[in-house]
Design a protein around this ligand. Structure first.
Ligand SMILES: Cc1ncc(COP(=O)(O)O)c(C=O)c1O
Length: 559
């Protein structure tokens, strides 16, 4: 009898252990299923693969025929390249000269220049087609370089420029005037802050506000608070989404150490909802609504534009439905839903993505344009989630401070921005916004199609990206042709064009003319040549072969 009960107990413990292991295994499998198939969906593997990519580059012959183009096409490309190079050297002489002088001392510049285009082409391009980093003034929708060349600005200052540079100049000037008597006193508040808080509460529909110095910091604080209040360890983010450069939100390439407490999930997928429903360690879900334009893909920089597989398509209804499903799961499971609106806040609508998609979040981060032209990060949230201490346990706090938080100059410029949004003029900017930008994109695409150019644009309101319809290795050259036509792009090139909302129809018509002219010149110069056998897959296979050849036999490898 005694033996019998011991045996039973033994089997009982064994069965419980097996059940627990099976449940763990099931959750593990669910997690694997909820990862996007690309390397971007597998952060650890991506870092591992990246560590094997060898450096190699093309010489001045291979540069023009890395896709095995015939000699006549290579000659066409060379002639076009030299013409552009001569134009850059004369037209941008002063700007390039000054950039050359300082580049060795500015780390950021060295990084952006190295990753402006695929690395194999870097040496030749950097020698002949230098980019000037300086501008001296801005006006309307244009910026002017040191040589006096005016460019239509398509950089949007990384998204900060929503209302036009002249607006921010005035906001900063008026703001400085308002807080002049106080000056840069930190710690204590200028009274203007009270008004900012009131307006932000109304815009976000949330109870409390905290001020930080950058979008990255606002996101850090949101995640930290979610972990503190839920007492859970993990944050879930979606594949490809950018949330600043803090380690936990950048688990893959770019971060030298692994982010152990981050799950990167497949965007817009039922498998991901299942993970959220079944795991008990998820504190928060971080959403960057910009991903609606290219779910599961990272920021589409020209540095990784090795073929024409970049794609983008915005479906507002489908993304709104996805956010609603996320909202439901998060509410059911007490997971904190965070909208990271650092980029899209105040760009899609005054009330940001929450209003635009009709879904409320628990915490919302803002930044960029909200500072009225000065650096900022803001977190708005539910009262219970924003609290940084516990009444019942005074030593258990969630610490967050920052020397420059609530800087009077920033608060005053922010005040100008927020106040403007409530004026009829400020409201008018957002009227019909999507229709205006969708029509502009559609018209440009019609022209590109009519001219048989293998280029199209895709947009989410005023945020655009350029896609390519023919398999090709030189799409990144378009950024150099666009510059020659007087269109300024950021260092990510054609991957992201950001328009300020003060673009008039005439301004945009000028941009469209120049865009078509640039693409026409690039087509004429043979960069989009491809034979019938070329596909995006064959291009990638070819690059892989080059890498393997270089890895194992660097001397013999193609240069
Ligand atoms: C969605 C999003 N979150 C966070 C950040 C980081 O903001 P910051 O560059 O101000 O640190 C960015 C910056 O581009 C962003 O787009």
């Amino acid at each position: 009898m005694e033996w019998g009960s011991t045996t039973l107990a033994f089997y009982g413990v064994g069965a419980a252990a097996v059940a627990t292991s099976l449940a763990t295994l099931r959750r593990r499998l669910q997690l694997s299923k909820a990862k996007h198939a690309s390397l971007t969906g597998h952060a650890r593997m991506a870092r591992w693969v990246a560590s094997f990519v060898p450096f190699y580059q093309y010489d001045e012959i291979r540069f023009f025929c890395s896709d095995d183009a015939p000699p006549d096409i290579a000659a066409l490309r060379r002639a076009g390249f030299l013409r552009l190079s001569a134009l850059y050297k004369t037209r941008y002489a002063e700007t390039i000269g000054r950039t050359d002088e300082v580049a060795g001392g500015i780390s950021d510049l060295q990084f952006t220049e190295a990753y402006r285009i695929p690395f194999q082409y870097g040496a030749v391009v950097r020698q002949h087609l230098k980019f000037g980093a300086f501008v001296q003034s801005s006006e309307g929708v244009t910026v002017t370089d040191l040589d006096g060349n005016r460019f239509y600005d398509l950089t949007g200052s990384y998204g900060v420029n929503v209302l036009g540079y002249d607006f921010y100049k005035q906001a900063i000037a008026r703001g400085l005037e308002r807080v002049r008597e106080l000056g840069p006193v930190l710690g204590a508040y200028h009274p203007v802050i009270a008004d900012n808080v009131r307006r932000l509460q109304a815009i976000s529909g949330l109870d409390e506000v905290s001020f930080h110095m950058s979008g990255t910091e606002a996101v850090m604080q949101a995640v930290r608070l979610a972990r503190y209040h839920t007492r859970r360890s993990h944050l879930a983010r979606f594949c490809g989404a950018y949330h600043g450069w803090w380690g936990d939100v950048q688990p893959g390439i770019g971060n030298p150490v692994p982010a152990h407490e981050t799950y990167t999930l497949n965007d817009m997928s039922c498998d991901s909802l299942r993970v959220l429903r079944t795991r008990r360690d998820i504190a928060c879900v971080l959403v960057n609504p910009l991903q609606a334009l290219h779910p599961n893909a990272g920021a589409p920089a020209d540095g990784s534009l090795v073929d024409s597989s970049r794609s983008a398509q915005f479906d507002k209804g489908a993304y709104a439905d996805w956010l609603k499903q996320l909202r439901t799961v998060c509410s059911e499971k007490n997971i904190v839903l965070i909208f990271d609106e650092v980029f899209v806040g105040f760009r899609l609508a005054v009330g940001g993505a929450q209003d635009y998609f009709g879904v409320r979040a628990d915490l919302v981060t803002y930044g960029k344009t909200l500072g009225g032209g000065l650096p900022i990060g803001v977190l708005c949230g539910r009262k219970d989630l924003m609290r940084r201490f516990r009444d019942e346990r005074p030593a258990d706090i969630c610490f967050a401070r920052g020397t420059f938080n609530s800087h009077p100059y920033v608060m005053a410029a922010m005040h100008e921005f927020l106040q403007h949004l409530e004026t009829p003029q400020g409201r008018a900017v957002y009227r019909d916004l999507d229709r205006v930008w969708n029509e502009r994109a559609q018209r440009l695409n019609q022209r590109l199609e009519a001219e048989a150019l293998p280029v199209r644009v895709a947009n989410m309101s005023s945020i655009w990206t350029v896609c390519y319809t023919r398999p090709a290795r030189y799409n990144w050259m378009l950024q150099y042709y666009l510059r020659a036509e007087g269109l300024a792009l950021s260092w990510v090139g054609t991957g992201r064009l950001i328009f300020s909302l003060n673009y008039t129809d005439d301004d945009f018509a000028a941009v469209a003319d120049r865009f078509v002219a640039a693409a026409t010149a690039m087509q004429r110069d043979g960069w989009w040549w491809c034979d019938t056998a070329t596909t995006n897959k064959s291009i990638r296979r070819r690059i892989l072969k080059e890498m393997i050849a270089h890895k194992f036999s660097p001397r013999r490898a193609i240069t």
